[in-house]
Ligand binder design. Structure first.
Ligand SMILES: [Zn+2]
Length: 76
């Protein structure tokens, strides 16, 4: 996987995704991603983006101000 910003190699890893919905902050931990070794740009695969969207939809229904979700628990 190559970085879309600088073209350097991006390596597999995990990140914490934060989505600010204005009235609610959703934090998803342990999200699989590719991280650029040069500029620290984080790249998600299409599959991960779809799962993240599903997780965020679920978290929205909880109607709390801050939701912290572990990606692994949903994606398993
Ligand atoms: Zn880069």
């Amino acid at each position: 996987m190559k970085c879309m910003k600088c073209g350097a190699d991006a390596v597999k890893g995990f990140t914490t995704d934060v989505t600010d919905l204005g009235n609610c902050l959703i934090i998803v931990r342990n999200v699989p991603c590719y991280k650029c070794e040069e500029c620290a740009e984080v790249i998600y695969t299409g599959d991960t983006i779809r799962k993240l969207e599903a997780i965020i939809e679920q978290a929205k229904k909880a109607l709390s101000d801050i939701a912290v979700v572990d990606y692994g628990k949903y994606a398993a």
